[in-house]
Design a protein around this ligand. Structure first.
Ligand code: PEP
Length: 259
């Protein structure tokens, strides 16, 4: 896998309260890291209203000997600013201290009808503001069963490459999240995930081999403390995007140290 530094990212979705978000952030940032030296990058994605409070908790913990935890948002508007009630711009996320933002999570694509085109606009907007987009791609179960996995993820990736170019992946992260594995307890096997990760890396390499070699591609879909290590051992899997198991500090730390 070369010298790509691993990433473990926690998507908190719409769970918890302000108090529990602060508590969880403090537990992560304050955790002593026995795995010193080999720690991955750690990023958490709390709900919007909790971002500022979580950032303060992380800032306070930063001077202590805890884990360095970065902050991300779960979504971003494709617009710069304006009359878009309920949306949050990339500039606002930057102001909140976010370094990363998820774009194209399957729940946004399916429940909110986000098209590949809109996801590409969000990616571009985030990158223009210096945020690191974490682009999520993945197939549904019927698509996998129909043998369309490769075509689906390449189409999702392709629309971002078309709008932003392969160069945009120099400062981006890719996440392969099979929809059938998200929140179901049914993870892809390491071999299934590796096959798609290699395909995605190969696609970027066709445009720019150096960027492809340095790109971190995360696997997401029912990652837990038990299955993380064999998944992360695959040559093209550079860490995980974790939902459910990121809501418990102990579970999430087990995944972090599995790296
Ligand atoms: C996710 O929300 O991106 C996710 C992968 O969730 P879970 O780990 O719960 O499957």
């Amino acid at each position: 896998m070369g010298d790509r530094r691993r990433i473990v990212a926690g998507n908190w979705k719409m769970h918890g309260s302000l108090a529990s978000a602060r508590e969880l952030a403090a537990a992560l940032a304050g955790a002593s890291h026995e795995a010193a030296g080999g720690l991955p990058e750690v990023i958490i994605f709390p709900p919007y209203p909790h971002l500022d409070a979580v950032r303060r908790v992380l800032d306070d913990a930063q001077s202590a000997a805890g884990i360095a935890v970065q902050l991300g948002a779960q979504d971003v508007s494709g617009h710069e600013q304006g009359a878009h009630t309920g949306q949050v711009s990339a500039g606002m996320l930057d102001d909140c201290g976010c370094s990363h933002v998820l774009v194209g999570h399957s729940e946004r694509r399916s429940a909110f009808g986000e098209s590949d085109e809109l996801v590409a606009r969000k990616f571009r907007r985030a990158a223009d503001h210096g945020l690191i987009p974490v682009l999520c791609v993945g197939e549904t179960l019927p698509e996998r069963e129909a043998g369309q996995t490769g075509a689906v993820v390449l189409k999702q990736l392709g629309s971002v490459m078309k709008r932003c170019g392969a160069g945009a992946f120099e400062r981006a992260v890719l996440a392969y999240e099979p929809v059938w594995a998200i929140g179901t307890g049914l993870s892809a096997t390491p071999e299934q995930a590796q096959e798609v990760h290699a395909l995605l890396r190969g696609e970027i390499a066709r445009s720019n081999a150096k960027i492809a070699a340095g790109l971190r591609i995360l696997y997401g879909g029912s990652v837990n403390g038990a299955n993380a290590a064999p998944l992360f051992a695959q040559p093209d899997i550079d860490g995980g995007l974790v939902g459910g198991a990121s809501l418990d500090a102990k579970d999430f730390l087990r995944i972090i140290t599995a790296v």
